[in-house]
Every structure is written in structure tokens, then in C-alpha cells.
Write a protein that binds this ligand. Sequence first.
Ligand code: G4P
Length: 292
Amino acid sequence: MENNTDMRTIQWFPGHMAKTRRAIAANLKLVDAVVEIIDARAPMSSRNPEIDQITAKKPRLVLLNKCDLADPGATQGWINALKSSNVEALAVDCKSGKGLGRLMTTLKSTVLAELMEKRAKNGMTGAPIRLMILGIPNVGKSSLINRMAGSKRTKVEDRPGVTRTKQWVKLKDNTELLDMPGVLWPKFADQEAAIRLAFTGAISDEILDVETLAMKLLSFLAGSYPQSLTDRYKIELSETDDGLALLEKVGKKRGMVVSGGEINTERAAITVLDEFRSGKLGRITLELPERS
Ligand code: G4P
């Protein structure tokens, strides 16, 4: 990706983060395990790097959500990579509910195996399993709770921490879910990570203007998923195309021309970003695990 000097900085203030951390810590005491949601299209960038410290080693299952939008081969690669660092992960689609059927059995047979065994020994198998959902904004926390609860609940606000009044959503299999998930701050230490999150729409387009963002996305796609561009936009790619050239090709093909024959690159940019985010460009993963 090209370097960008124009990126506006979005940051979570230290006070904000401390408050979030405290709220999460207070609720962690009440649960047996944490379900951490990340975006399968950008598993590293959508993962708060301080999660280990934040969850204080609570048993944790990672859900690679939005797997319907991600490259299936890459998702499997991420699951394997996480497993090899002793992190249990499942690919899910909280919009349709795909993959969620395995959530509880996986939890019980992996990260909660020890607890289950202990409870069985002590004749405590009737005790509920309590869970808390954690993840950055827009990653699918509310969708997961709605799916698991089987009912539509109010949208969780993107603000730090969790609600003061704790409510438990009772699920089948004697499981209870904290009604409000913990909203973690995304990682902005790395500019590339911020850009990938902006591609997915997890952070608003304020970080960069839409044209710059779309140009960066198009350059990435031309390099990693050229067929998604040629299939969708019926454009021909050339090695010399930079982001602007690609954006103009898309705009031209879609007839986004203003008076004088100039391409309306802003409209083209909005189209490209929308189509990427809704999966119309195909199943795409923005970052791959490092090869060990
Ligand atoms: P949050 O609580 O973590 O902030 O996220 P939320 O569940 O509100 O999800 C954010 C957006 O991501 C929603 O779209 C939601 O539908 C979508 N989403 C969640 N999980 C999945 C998934 O597995 N696959 C896909 N394709 N989308 C998912 P939205 O446009 O904000 O709302 P809407 O489309 O539901 O109306």
C-alpha cells in the first residue's frame, strides 16, 4: 500500500481506554469465558493487541466473523495460525447464523474443557456457563447476541465498556450471555491496520477521504484479487495502473461522467467501497497470517 501523509488521526483517549478496561474487568469476574469477535477479512487489524492483558487470561474463543465476506482459504489459514499460537478460533457468519451451531460444543470441548471436568467431578454440571462478548465496533457483537438469543435486541452503542445494569440472556444448553458486550478500541498504532479497518467500514470514512481510500483499495485488489475487479467492472488491468487510473476506469465503465467528460471519481469511490463492503466484489481477505 502507498504511504499516506494525509491520514487524519483518530484516537481513543487514554481516559476512555482506562474506563473501558475497568468496565470490562468488572464484568469479566462474572463470566466463565470470553467470546472475542474479530473480522475474518482483517483478523489482525480488527483484534485489539492488548486483549491478553484485558481479559486477564480468561478462557477465550475467537470468532472470525463475517466469514461470508472473506476468502475461505485465507480464513482457514487464520484458524490454523491462531491454533498454532494456542488460540481456539471458529469461522462464523453472525448475519445468517452460519457456524454458530458449533459455538457451544467448541467452547465446552476446548477452552472450557477444564471447567467442565471440574464441574462434573463436583456434581456441578447444572451450573450455568456465563459468557461475555468482546470486540471492536462494528465487528458483529450485537448480531451475535441477537442470533444466539434468537430475538432482535437494541443496537449496542459504540461506547466504552458495558452497561451498568447487567442483564443475562438465557440461551439453551444452560448458557447465559451478558446482554451488553464489551466494546474494545481498535488498534491504531499501525496506519495500515487503520486503513484496512476503514476499507471494511469498521471505522468511519473520516480517516481518509473516500477517493483516497477507494484508490488504496483498488490498488490492493489489483495486486491480490485482480479477477474481482475484472469480473465486476469489466475493466482491463495494466501493470502501470495506479489507484487513480483504476478509479477512473471504474467510473468510466459505470458512466460516472460529469459535464466536460471528466470522471466523477467521488461517485466511483463510493461505489467501490460499498460494493467491497457488501461482498459484491467477491470474498476478499485484506491480510494474511505471517508464514512461520
Ligand atoms: P457491533 O455490535 O459489533 O457494533 O456490530 P453489529 O452487530 O451491529 O454489526 C455491524 C454490521 O455488520 C451490521 O451491518 C451487521 O448486519 C453486519 N454483520 C454482522 N455480522 C455479519 C456477518 O457475519 N456477515 C455480514 N455480511 N455482515 C455482518 P449494518 O449494515 O450496520 O446493518 P444491517 O445490514 O444489519 O442493517
